[in-house]
Write a protein that binds this ligand. Sequence first.
Ligand code: MSP
Length: 655
Amino acid sequence: MSKGKFYITTPIYYPSDKLHIGHAYCTVATDAMARYKRLCGCDVMFLTGTDEHGMKIEDKASQAGVTPKQYVDNIVEGPRGVKDLWKLMNISNDRFIRTTDDYHVAAIQRIFKKLHDNGDIYKGKYVGKYCKPCESFWTESQLVDGKCPDCGRPVVDAEEEAYFFRLSKYADKVRDLLENTDFLEPRSRVNEMVNNFIKPGLEDLCVSRTSFTWGIPVDFDPGHVVYVWVDALSNYITALGYGNDKYHDYEKYWPADVHFVGKEIVRFHAIIWPAMLMSLGEPLPKKVYGHGWLNFGGEKMSKSRGNVVDPYILAEKFGVDALRFFMLRTFPFGADGNFTNELLIQTINTDLANDLGNLVSRTTAMANKYFPEGLPAGCGTWDEPTEPDKELQAAASGLRDKYEAEMEKFQFQNALEEVFRVIQRANKYIDENAPWTLAKDMQANGKRLAHVLYNLLETTRICGVLLTPFMPESMDKLFRQIGAPADGQTWDSAAVWGALPEQVCPQKGENLFPRIDMEKELAELEKLQAPAKPAVETEPLAAENVDFDTFCKSDFRAVKVKNCQPVKKSEKLLCFTLDDGTGTDRQILSGIARWYKPEDLIGKTLVAIVNLPPRKMMGLASNGMLISAVHKEKGEEKLNLLIVDDAIPAGAKLC
Ligand code: MSP
């Protein structure tokens, strides 16, 4: 019996480049959630797709010398494209929408017209800033240091006749939605939205463009194309049949139960999207969940930063299930996580090879050896259960509820933690019962041995059911190995101790998760991933902002090098005598002897921070610090002093 419907979506991806493992993160999470809901008995609709319009795609296509449609076709449908990647990752989406699909195009034109006809879209003049890579318009006040607040890249001036959506009209309603309901999660994202976007005043949104053509034409005003976010957000309803005749599931599945989205696009989903739906008079999605980023080397993984990790390489090496599992086991879904190859291998070795893999292989091997014909009838019960028996049974039969509570909050990491706690308990149970010792006297202990093995198999089965949404293929193999009937592994069975038939006959099979040789694989990955790595590695940008007043307290000055000498007995330090414009020489010690010869620096103008408290190094006083730039090249640390134009006089303040 169906336990109701569940409609879940991923963002639809820009096919401007091949997808990386950061993109796969959200889709794998959505897939695990969709599979979990199906397991629970829900009628699930899982939608994903591609967002194919906009200036960025037009530019990329022209650089490649193809039409925009040819360009996106290749990335979506072509070899190792979006669809291939989802197949590889075993993504079980029910529908895939492309915003270039005819039915979607026609539906967007209807939606735009409806918003226009009800007075929420009007014609005006757009004057402002535009970030090409993000395809976002910004007002002057939203820029950060004159750059795009999302990606930090330069923006361009834009002025043209355009249509506007009356977003301002919905400001209060949207604020109420965010502050007084649990529409947006995690809760921290609500403050971000309200403080950064709503409190400063929600301006009307520019929703059409005339400066490029690769978009959905506004049918009642040729020359205008629909703003890509209006086009993209609407996919969630057009894919169900809203405004078109291709599908007929709108009544059944809308409103969405949850939209999973990356944190940088929460703004579109939590402000613009509800306002559009309010204007259309349609119900709002029940929830938007803004997940964190998968970072690499401390920064968001992205093609433009050159730090992308190729999911094909990892899946081919370690298996799709291990990769899926790693992403959701290691990082809390709402926060950022730093991807490293070491962490991936360590997680596979610890959780999958050691804990789960060992439990399955030890249990099935012992069952095969001691009971080759299968466990005897009656092995499921024991008259006087021991403490470990009781503990294991209680842990396994109470697991489903704990897991469910975490899954319902999208806390995949915690749900998996619960499962692995039981797996670890089961491994301990093997040691507590020492089945190999019991087996020495089958006459006396055979019955007890069969019961111990039954308890282990049943615990493994329950864990297997709950791990299925994360590792579907491996759990199929696991069920075969422990002898559990494939069709019996239901949600209900996960809460019923003893659902495994007593006369079960496990078959030890291939090792589900072979242990990985960390050193060897890291070296191989280093080679395989080398082209994807940036040649130059820089320090991650500071996560915390420093307030302006604090920053202003630092006194940076231009200083001229009057003399520079190595410091005796130190391999690192150089001692500088500097003209700082005050008329009194300033002495600063700097640990840069590895990179500079003292004589090469005499006469140069450098930058120093001069209001640090004095320090003593090798018995010499240092009054300040010279500023240099550091980065890594091929793993080696490089340093360059900040040498500035000689025309800058000593003592000039830098601000
Ligand atoms: N096309 C829009 C979404 C429109 S939805 C109506 C878009 N596409 S995207 O391809 O740039 O990003 C798709 C999703 O991938 C976003 O949710 C984004 O946050 C996510 N990720 C891209 N890189 C990521 C990481 N490194 N880590 C986690 N998620 C990341 O935005």
